[in-house]
Design a protein around this ligand. Structure first.
Ligand code: CA
Length: 231
């Protein structure tokens, strides 16, 4: 499992990132100061660093420079988080040594995709592209889903929904959480849309008399049950 360190002094953003990364199965550590992060990095190098540009203690840029100068962390994957405005213009002109950067406010699903892409490139051993549960198999790389060896054809939203649910087996997601995680924050969709897509997803993966891995939790939302017994 990949370990991600978030260095971000905006607490709500930090929590949002932690929540989403954990939902994708990463182990997460957070830190609000640049100087504190430097000490943390010496203790334990993460597989990827999400680094804010403006930080108390030590700026993200300076920290990035120091990380690149240390042989132990020279090739640590770094994604910089920058605020819209001057800093953003400056960061473009600077060679920060970061692998990628995103401008706030950003779409969480997009950031998650970048995290995955960078990890896949830099640390293929810690990110597996295959999610499996019972006789169900989802390949993130090829976007293929199989049930009992047979290919299942899903639309892009159903695919993302299944991927999102399978990443956190057992966890109950509200419709709102699914909208944020699958459709993204800034998308305006009715919560009933979730039910429609869950319905389509179920129809596609549960052909014939097979157990349904998706559990409807009354008054709460949906969960993926990885203990479903395939016959
Ligand atoms: Ca900041």
């Amino acid at each position: 499992m990949a370990h991600v360190l978030i260095v971000e002094d905006e607490e709500p953003l930090c929590l949002l990132l932690r929540y989403n990364l954990e939902a994708e199965g990463y182990s997460v550590d957070t830190c609000v100061r640049g100087d504190e992060a430097e000490i943390r990095l010496e203790e334990r190098a993460p597989d990827l660093l999400l680094l804010d540009w403006m930080l108390p203690g030590l700026s993200g840029i300076e920290l990035c420079r120091r990380i690149r100068a240390r042989p132990q962390t020279k090739s640590l994957p770094i994604i910089m988080l920058t605020a819209r405005g001057e800093e953003n213009e400056r960061i473009r002109g600077l060679s920060t040594g970061a692998d990628d950067y995103v401008v706030k406010p950003f779409s969480v699903p997009e950031l998650m995709a970048r995290v995955r892409a960078i990890l896949r490139r830099a640390k293929p051993e810690v990110v597996s592209s295959l999610l499996t549960a019972g006789d169900l198999e989802l390949d993130r790389e090829t976007h293929r889903v199989r049930r009992n060896g047979r290919e299942v054809h899903l639309g892009p939203t159903e695919f993302r929904l299944l991927e999102y649910l399978m990443q956190s087996p057992g966890r109950v997601f509200t419709r709102e959480q699914l909208l944020d995680g699958v459709w993204g924050h800034d998308v305006y969709v009715d919560e009933r849309t979730v039910d429609v897509h869950v319905g389509r997803l179920r129809k596609a993966i549960n052909r014939g008399r097979v157990p349904d891995p998706i559990r409807t939790v009354r008054g709460a939302g949906y969960a993926f049950n990885d203990q479903f017994a395939p016959t």
